[in-house]
Design a protein. Sequence first.
Length: 42
Amino acid sequence: GTSDKTSGNEKLAWLLAMFFVSWFAWIFYLLLAPLKEKRSDV
């Protein structure tokens, strides 16, 4: 019972971690991509 609950929490934590990592990576890309373009233009 306890082991099952722990594994369930680990899976949930992993899903949240993967979701936030991909989400922040996407926002980081959207923020940095325009900056690189502006720098290259200048």
